[in-house]
Design a protein around this ligand. Sequence first.
Ligand code: FAD
Length: 381
Amino acid sequence: MAILNPRIHHTAIDGGAFQNEIQERNIMGVPAVFMNGAAFGQGRMTLSEIVNKIDTGAEQRAAQALNQRELYDVLIIGSGPAGAAAAVYSARKGIRTGLLGERFGGQVLDTVDIENYISVPKTEGAILATSLKAHVDEYDVDVIDVQSASRLIPATAPGEPHQIETAFGARLKARSLIIATGARWRNMNVPGEELYRTRGVTYCPHCDGPLFKGKRVAVIGGGNSGVEAAIDLAGLVEHVTLLEFAPAMRADAVLQAKLRSLPNVTICLNAQTLEVEGDGSKLTGLRYKDRVSDAEHRLSVAGIFVQIGLLPNTQWLEGTVERNQTGEILIDARCETSVKGIYAAGDCTCVPYKQIIIAAGEGAKASLSAFDYLIRNTPVV
Ligand SMILES: Cc1cc2nc3c(=O)[nH]c(=O)nc-3n(C[C@H](O)[C@H](O)[C@H](O)COP(=O)(O)OP(=O)(O)OC[C@H]3O[C@@H](n4cnc5c(N)ncnc54)[C@H](O)[C@@H]3O)c2cc1C
């Protein structure tokens, strides 16, 4: 925006290099965006999100415009790798395709290095997200960005469309749907976590690790992501304490061995985090219970990296498609849900191994299944 508009000035501060600047502003998570000196946004934001935030009434105007959209053959909800692949596959069949999502790229935007997307030996999340968008833009896809689905209204009779209601009240109709709303970080759900989020509680070691250079931090979770985060952080910070709820860590043996070899790491097993503590403006530590002795302990840390897995973004589907205990949408081998004409793909489903290549493959499969459904169920006119 600053490049295009001479009345907008922008200063970027590298928190790792200018520690005094981040201390003055109490920044514990990046990117932290300030507008005219006041806090404006936290975390990665797209240009559309920023403009929407500044432009009051934008969402309501967008909702009015969405209500005018014609019936889709396929409407895809969620624009991560699964949604993007589904959109490309649908559009290539020449059917009317819509793609509604909150932020194009999904979790890929939160990823630094990606080295396991076959045929691409090494890339970065932001680059892959841009390529996903460019690929979708090659085709006739109605991309509805920075919009969130809040309700699914399944068809009540054969031949009737399914409907998606957006957070701002617009209704979109489609003959078939593909749900690809992915997943988000799981919270600890303890007192103080919400209050000190981005003020010490963080979920991304790659993004926020350098802000804790030379400080003491805790990592919650002894799975692969927790142990990887602890290894990564041990090279940057003064000391890492890893807290694992269970009697043993679940991470791969090779990662555990690496972690145990590091001199500035302490591992606490059977440790249940009870509370995140702070001084009102920033985090100062946490309280945890030893589940064997029942003794409570205090840990003085500047940062807590929560690494306890992912939760599917499916809460908005309550009472519609069937889900399992963890909220993942149940699908069959063709990505079909419990409701005819509604398909699902990627991290929001019960398919194991949450990976980009798997999400993209599932998106493609869901799309082919939806097309197959349409050719059998759309009346000949
Ligand atoms: C830090 C990190 C590092 C990772 N590293 C790798 C890696 O190196 N290699 C690898 O293969 N995988 C990696 N993954 C996993 C990979 O990113 C995911 O498996 C993949 O992105 C899943 O794709 P998806 O399309 O199913 O969901 P997502 O990427 O989660 O995309 C879903 C999209 O739907 C949107 N959405 C959610 N709810 C709604 C709604 N109600 N209405 C509209 N839109 C909605 C979300 O905002 C999001 O944009 C990593 C994940 C993380 C978090």
